[in-house]
Design a protein around this ligand. Sequence first.
Ligand code: PEP
Ligand code: MN
Length: 360
Amino acid sequence: MEKKWISAYGTDPLYIAGPCSAETPDQLRETALAVQAKGIKLVRAGVWKPRTRPNSFEGVGVEALQWIKDIKEETGLAFAVEVANPQHVEAALKYDIDVLWLGARSTVNPFTVQEIADALEGTEKPVLVKNPINPDLALWIGAIERLAGRNIKKLGAIHRGFSAYGDSRYRNQPLWQIPIEFKQHFPDLPLLCDPSHIAGDSKYIESLSQIALDLNYDGLMIETHPNPPSAWSDAKQQVTPQQLGEIMGNLRKRDVASLHPEFMDKLSEMRHQIDQADRDILEAIHRRMELVERVGEYKREHDLAILDMDRWNDVFETRPVWGKKLSLKKSFVKDLFKLLHQASIKKQTKILNAQKEEKI
Ligand code: PEP
Ligand code: MN
C-alpha cells in the first residue's frame, strides 16, 4: 500500500471538497470552480446517494457523470464519487472518475465490499474506504483487506464518525480512538477525516478538522455547496466555498514534536511526570482490587450476593461529584468507574465460583 498517491492531488493536507450531491450541471460547475479557486484539486460529488429513508433524493445517477466529465475537461480538476455496487463501479470507471470511495453503509456489509472489490480488481484508481456506521474496527480493516486482496494499490481511509442513538452534539460520534487504532494497524495508509458527516452541522467543521490535523490525519473531505440551505441533501452540514476558504485559512498543520529536538527536553521531562502519575494510578487501582478481593471473600464466607445495587448506585453517584471537585468531567469519571466496577464484579464472580468448584 502506498501513501504517496495523495500528493498527486496537490494540497497538504489533502483537501477534497464539493457538494454532498451533484444536483444540476450549474450547481456542480459553480462549486467546482469556486473550490478550485481555493487551491483544491480534487472535488467530491455524490452521484448515487444512500438515503436512510425512501422517498428522499437518491442522487441524479449516471447523468451526473457526464456533467463531471464536462467539468473535468474544462477545468482539469479531478473528481471523487461514492460507489455502492458493481454497476456504480462500471459506470464510474467508464466515465474515468479519478477517485472512488465506499460509503459507511457499504463498509458495514462484507458482501457489498467484496462485490465492489471484485468489480475494481487491479484498478489504478485510488479507492477510499469510509469507516462503517457502527464502531467496529475489524469491519473497516476487513474492507481495506478485501480491496488490497484484489490488487488495488492506491488505498486510503476516511473517518466519518459512528452512529449514535439519541441526542448528542454531533450527528455521528467521532470516537477518535478507533481511527487512531486503525492508523496503528495501517501506518502507511492515508487517513482522511470527513468532519461534515461527523458534525451534521457546519458550525463544528473547523474545530473537528483541527482535531483531525492535530492527530496527524493526511487530509479532509468537506462538503461544500454554493447555497447550503437549498441543498437537496445534508443542507445543514455543508459550507459555502467562502466558508471553506476561511476554514482552510484558520487550520494549522502542526509538526509532531519528535521532528523538533529543541522541544524534546522539556517534553521528555513532562512525559516523565506523566509516567509517574500513571504508575500512581495503577498502584491505586491495585489497592482497590485487593480490597475488592477481600470483600469477595467476605461475601463468600457469609453467602452474600455479589451485586448490591444500593452500594453500586452510591458509588456511581458520588464518584462523578468527587471528580468534579477535581475538575474532572462527570461523564469521564462515570465511564472510568463503569470499567472499574466491571473488573470488580468479574473478580468477585471468580472468587464465588472458586468456592463452588471447591465444593464439587
Ligand atoms: C457522503 O459522503 O455523502 C455520504 C453519504 O457519506 P457517509 O457514507 O459517510 O454517510
Ligand atoms: Mn452527505
